[in-house]
Each structure stands twice: as C-alpha cells, then as structure tokens.
Design a protein around this ligand. Structure first.
Ligand code: HEM
Length: 494
C-alpha cells in the first residue's frame, strides 16, 4: 500500500514538474503586451502548425494579425516573436545587426559539423565568415563556371535520352542529382556523377544527412533539451557515420593535394580553405582549424544542394505550365547565348531568366522562415525585444501577401521587372535573407541556376505530361510539391 502511494506521488510530482516545465514561458507575450494565439500546455501553438502545415500556418496568422507589426508564437514551450513589419525586419538584419548576430539552433550538433557557419555565434561566426567569404567572390565563382558547364553537359545527355524515349520525369530528383554533382565539384573537385550513378556513396550519405531520423527529430522539436541527451546516449539527430564519412573525404582530398602540389590550382572551395588552415591549435587571425574546415565543407554540401535543387525543379515546372513565359525565356537565351553554354558574363545578361527564377523562389521558397536570436535587450520601432528572444521572419507569408504581390498564387515573372521591383519594399523578397548574415552562396546558386536553365532551354522545352498536377499543392512539412513535379521534355525545333 505504502509502495503504491509512493509510486503514485512520484508519478504525480513528475507530471506536475513536466507541466510546469512545458508552461514556464507561456506568459512571456502577455507580459510584453503582444498578441498571440491561446496556448495548449503541451503544444504551445505547435498544434496549429501540425493542423495547417508549415506554409499555411504562417499565412493564416500573418493575415490574422494583419495590422500588427509582430505577433507572439509558442513553439511548444519556447516563445518566438514573429516579425511581419518590413522596416523592423530591415533593422533586425542590418541597422541593429549587433543585437541579432546569432541564429537560434534547434538542436546541438557534434563535431565535425558543429562549427559550421549556420550554427556559429558572435565573434566565432565573424572569424569564420571573414575567412570563407573570398571563396564566393566574383573572381572565384567565375573560375567555378567550368565545373558547372561539365555537369550541365552530363545533364543534357541525360535529357536527350529522356526526350528520345518519351519518358515522363519528376524534376525534383533529376535536379537534386545535378545540384549535388555541382556542389561536389565546385566544393571539392570531385566528379561523382550522380546523374549516371544515383547510388554513389557521396550521394547516399548526403541524402541521409538531409533526412534526419524523424522520430528523434520530433522529440527534439517538442523538447529541444532532449537533443543533447540523445547525442550523449549515442543517438545524434544527424547521422554521425555520414558526417564522419564526409570529414574523411575532405581529409583525403587535402592530403592528396598536398602530396601532389595542387594547392591553389583546383579552383574550388576546398582550395581556398586549405590555404587558410592553421598549422596547429586554434584558428586565429586568418586561419581555420581542421575541424572548422570540416564543418564548412559539410555545410557547403547541405546548404547548397537541396536548396538549389528546389529552385531548379520549381522553375522548370513553372515554365512548363506557362508556355508563353517559356517561349520568352527561350527567345532571350537564343539571342544572348546562341548555341553556346552561357559564360559567367553572358549569364549576368539573362534578365528575363533571372525574373523567372526570382518569381519561382517567391512562390516556392526553399527557406520557409529565417530566424535570429536577440543577444541584448533592444528597442526596434517602438517594440522592446528582450535578450534571448527568438525572432522569426515569416518569408513564405511575406512572399504571398496579396497587398505586396496581387494574386499571389499566380506565377508571373513580370513582378520582377525593374519597374515593378522599384514600387516594392526592398525587404519584400527575402529568399536568401539579408544583411551581414545572408546566404553566402547566393551568387553561386544564381549562376548555377542560370547556366543550367539556359543550357536546357537551348535544346529542350519542358511540357506537361499525363502525371502533371497543377496548380501545385505544397507538402505540409517541407518545400516540395505533394504530387511531384512531373513533365516531359520535347526537343526544340531548329
Ligand atoms: C537557391 C539556393 C539557396 C537558397 C534559397 C539559400 C537560402 C539561404 C538562406 C535563406 C539563408 C539564411 C540567411 C539569413 O539568415 O539571413 C542561407 C544561409 C546560408 N547559405 Fe544559402 N541558399 C542557397 C544556396 C546556397 C549555396 C549554393 C551555398 C553554398 C555553396 C549556401 C550556403 C549558405 C551558408 C554557408 C549560409 C549561412 C551563412 C551565415 O550564417 O553566415 N547557400 N541560405
């Protein structure tokens, strides 16, 4: 009897402690005088994200708090300030950057990935960003063009076969093979040929990393502190073996290049960071440690291939669904490039293609939101933001605000002609973020996209097929089309 009573008390106390833990922060927005949805003790407001999906939930509450600059949101127990006002967003990204230099990381990652740019904070972030930035200068990116050309030619061979055999293709998978091949070569000088051999080791390990264990991930989403515990118990959220595999690949390449005297001769990302490697100990001044090199190399793969594949697949799909836009894009490519692959310089002149890409990223942005962590109490546009508050910029909702983009579901590249762009707030289009912590790979991604799109459009026309589903229904959990992006390719008549 006593044992039963003891067990009962322990259970009750634990339940109470858990309840207290989950609800401890639920009064934060009320104290700040900021509106928010009623909370559930366990979900906070997260049940609404489950109900609507990650895209729709942003739009629903962005519209509900239409006249507000900000609203409050509880990701289970964690308060998140959603900032809608574009002038406030500008201050957060630029004017008050010193207060918002860090991101909020959902879970801790182990080395070798731990010290990557996305995760790093404060001075450590600044140190690594300064060293890595020259890898993305125009001069460096220009030298990467040959890697993009080589992979674009392999893709064209592949499409020729698809076209001749009349196959219907899902653009997402095809695009991911291409962008992974480009990252492997622009990053590490590797020719992995995923288009010909989709099961190569580099590609299969990369897929494992971008698809973390869903069960562990869900637990950590609800109780972020569990991330550290799982990791200590030997169950990291990101697959350790795959991370170690990539670190080994990097080490092997570095050692081989040192042996063969190839430092500074391969024109890829590793080339630059190898030269910045510290002889020993901590990276100081303009040097990086080997662990920091591993982390940036891994991030280069994971930030660069899935995002670019999303944009490439959606843009090709939108062109297939809008024949008049396709025709105009092809006319521009023919006029500017003829039958040659676009060089770095001709790619910069493809303004209509650029408009198509921008419009496609607006409708289906690979990044659903951007976050920052406030590192010191700050007042912005009359709103007090306390230290440690997490800020969320709802880019999908901004990109589909009908007051900024009338008829927002319609694909219309003309929204990005210079006249229309000039009438909008410069922070109304944020696919790559903004300010000192924006996407470091933006120019490389845009160059890669323009070159490969132009190469495809010179020879082929993407057209609807029997499996095409349009309008697109976006997945509830990630930037993918629920029914896939199915098209056929027709040979262009000369
Ligand atoms: C279309 C393709 C891409 C999109 C849409 C995209 C989007 C983004 C976004 C939204 C951010 C966060 C920006 C912010 O917080 O303000 C980001 C950060 C980052 N991206 Fe990209 N990205 C793309 C391609 C790439 C590529 C190709 C690379 C590298 C090869 C890359 C490397 C990075 C890195 C390293 C960061 C972190 C920067 C930092 O914290 O200093 N991205 N990207």
């Amino acid at each position: 009897m006593i044992t039963l009573a003891l067990i009962g008390s322990v259970v009750l106390l634990s339940a109470f402690a858990f309840y207290k833990y989950m609800t401890a922060n639920h009064g934060v927005f009320k104290k700040m005088g900021i509106e928010h949805q009623p909370t559930s003790w366990f979900f906070g407001n997260f049940n609404l994200a489950i109900k609507y999906g990650i895209f729709e939930v942003q739009k629903v509450f962005y519209n509900k708090y239409k006249d507000k600059k900000v609203y409050g949101w509880y990701d289970t127990r964690k308060p998140v300030l959603v900032v809608k006002d574009l002038d406030m967003i500008k201050d957060i990204f630029v004017k008050n950057f010193a207060s918002f230099v860090d991101r909020y990381n959902l879970f801790e990652v182990n080395p070798p990935f731990r010290d990557n740019l996305l995760n790093l904070r404060g001075e450590h972030w600044k140190h690594v960003r300064n060293i890595v930035t020259p890898a993305f200068s125009s001069g460096r990116i220009k030298k990467m063009t040959s890697h993009i050309h080589r992979n674009a030619k392999i893709l064209l061979d592949n499409l020729q076969h698809i076209c001749e055999t009349g196959q219907e293709v899902e653009l997402r998978d095809l695009s991911a093979c291409f962008t992974l091949d480009v990252i492997a070569s622009t990053g590490f000088g590797l020719e992995i040929n995923t288009l010909k051999d989709p099961k190569n080791k580099f590609a299969t390990e990369a897929q494992k990393v971008i698809n973390p264990n869903p069960v562990l991930f869900t637990f950590v989403l609800f109780i972020p502190e569990l991330g550290k515990i799982f990791s200590k118990l030997g169950f990291p959220i990101l697959p350790q073996k795959s991370m170690d595999y990539f670190a080994q690949v990097v080490d092997q390449i570095i050692e081989k290049r040192k042996r063969d005297g190839l430092n500074g001769k391969v024109n890829d990302f590793l080339d630059l960071v190898m030269n910045a490697e510290a002889e020993a100990g901590h990276g100081e001044g303009q040097e990086l440690t080997r662990t920091e090199i591993h982390a940036q190399a891994l991030l280069f793969i994971f930030a660069g291939f899935d995002t670019t594949a999303t944009v490439l697949s959606f843009t090709l799909f939108f062109l297939a669904m809008n024949p008049e836009v396709l025709k105009k894009a092809q006319q521009e490519v023919d006029a500017k490039c003829g039958q040659d692959l676009p060089t770095y310089d001709t790619a910069q002149t493809l303004t209509y293609l650029d408009m198509c890409i921008n419009e496609s990223i607006r409708v289906a942005s690979p990044a659903i939101f951007i976050n920052r962590r406030c590192v010191q109490d700050t007042n912005i546009q009359g709103i007090h933001i306390p230290k440690d508050m997490i800020i969320l910029i709802p880019i999908c909702a901004i990109h589909s605000d009908p007051e900024i983009y009338p008829d927002p579901d319609k694909f219309d590249p003309e929204r990005f002609n210079s006249e229309n762009k000039a009438t909008r707030h410069p922070y109304a289009h944020l696919p790559f973020g903004q300010g000192p912590r924006n996407c470091i790979g933006m120019r490389l991604a845009l160059l890669e996209l323009k070159i490969v799109m132009a190469a495809i459009l010179q020879k082929f026309s993407p057209v609807p097929c029997s499996k095409t589903v349009y309008p697109i229904k976006l997945s509830k959990v990630r930037p993918r089309a629920q029914d896939g992006l199915w098209v056929k390719f027709e040979q262009r008549k000369k």
